[in-house]
Write a protein that binds this ligand. Structure first.
Ligand code: PA5
Length: 355
């Protein structure tokens, strides 16, 4: 298959039948709306909560992963993202729960919601509707009602930022206003820099996608922003570009995975190493990344470093995530696949519902 020219907007639009590019380009706007929606939410929850749990899977659950990373340097109570059917024993009426499901019909999230309600947790739902909305409405529980018509992974602003805003309004974390403003400014700038109108030779997202074409991405992050960004890049390569992708984090990967790049060089030659970097990473992590790169780079078909932008944790996290969204989109275009549908997820859910 001949890959398309990434500067040919018409060819891109032909592949992108369901308009994923527009949703990605509109992401800064989505983030603004998400903050407004959460600011307008009315809820009455005591602020003496002892833990926070986010219930959510896949493109919705990652909203919780992002919130966790953004808050881990200041939230004084434990924060867990629960990805499964069962709630851990510690969850009780002093646990603030967020049930996050774009469709509102994800069975694991609904199961967690039922258990949370049974245990007397205050629960805030973030959804477009579905059974989750019905269940929350029946019990008069607060709902952040977000717009329909997107793929869940394309609704990341709606699925993550309301968690931050609610915790800020409950005074469980400090004021996020400045970080949000910085993030929005960086996203606006990046939307221009990674736009399809920016030619390939000046467009980091198109350059990376071109390097990745025909390769399996292996994405490494470290503590904080780059860890969740690595996970997000992996999922976006899977779902938008329809390719396998793998991720891991420093320092843990130094204690196992680093050794795994020793054999099978004729296979790993088809892999591309992507190192997500952050100006705030510790000196020890920096050293680890550098040593590891020198040890394993030769086993890959190439390696690239990508740096976050901005000062606040929020800006650094979202700047990386946003670049990954564009890269995965352009890689879908190069692969000649419509980035939007996730046929296998739909089939799986359908079959599960039949049994
Ligand atoms: O990207 C996707 O479509 C999936 O990862 C979904 O987000 C996941 O299956 C959960 O569905 P929902 O987001 O509707 O709760």
């Amino acid at each position: 298959m001949n890959a398309i020219d990434l500067d040919d907007l018409k060819a891109i639009k032909k592949i992108d039948e369901d308009g994923m590019l527009k949703t990605i380009e509109d992401f800064p706007l989505q983030c603004r709306e998400a903050v407004d929606l959460a600011c307008g939410l009315s809820f009455d929850i005591p602020s003496d909560m002892r833990s926070v749990v986010v219930l959510g899977m896949g493109g919705s659950g990652i909203g919780g992963d992002i919130a966790k990373v953004l808050l881990e340097d200041e939230l004084r109570i434990p924060f867990l993202v629960n990805k499964g059917y069962l709630l851990p024993r510690f969850v009780d009426d002093k646990t603030l729960c967020f049930a996050v499901s774009y469709s509102g019909n994800t069975e694991e999230t609904l199961s967690g919601f039922d258990q949370a309600v049974e245990r007397g947790c205050p629960v805030i739902s973030i959804t477009t509707g579905g059974l989750l909305e019905n269940k929350a409405e029946e019990r008069s529980l607060p709902i952040v009602k977000i717009p329909k018509g997107l793929q869940p992974r394309a609704a990341l602003g709606y699925l993550s930022l309301p968690i931050l805003v609610v915790l800020e309004r409950m005074a469980l974390i400090g004021d996020k206003g400045q970080g949000i403003q910085e993030t929005l400014a960086i996203l606006d700038e990046r939307a221009k820099n990674f736009s399809p109108h920016k030619p390939l030779n000046q467009n980091e997202a198109k350059i990376l996608a071109t390097r990745l074409c025909g390769k399996v991405p292996v994405i490494y992050g470290s503590d904080g922003p780059t860890s969740v960004a690595a996970l997000r890049w992996k999922c976006q390569f899977n779902e938008n570009s329809k390719v396998p992708a793998f991720w891991n984090v420093f320092p843990e990967l130094n204690h196992n995975e680093t050794v795994g790049w020793e054999l099978l060089g004729d296979i790993t030659d088809h892999f591309l190493l992507l190192l997500l970097r952050d100006a705030e990473e510790s000196e020890r992590v920096k050293k680890r990344v550098e040593i590891t790169r020198s040890l394993i780079e030769g086993r890959f078909g190439g390696a690239s470093e990508v740096w976050s932008g901005g000062k606040s944790r929020l800006a650094r996290t979202f700047s990386l995530i946003y670049l990954g969204d564009f890269v995965s989109f352009y890689l879908a275009a190069l692969n000649g696949v419509n980035p939007s549908p996730v046929e296998r997820i739909s089939v799986l859910k359908r079959r599960l519902s039949e049994e």
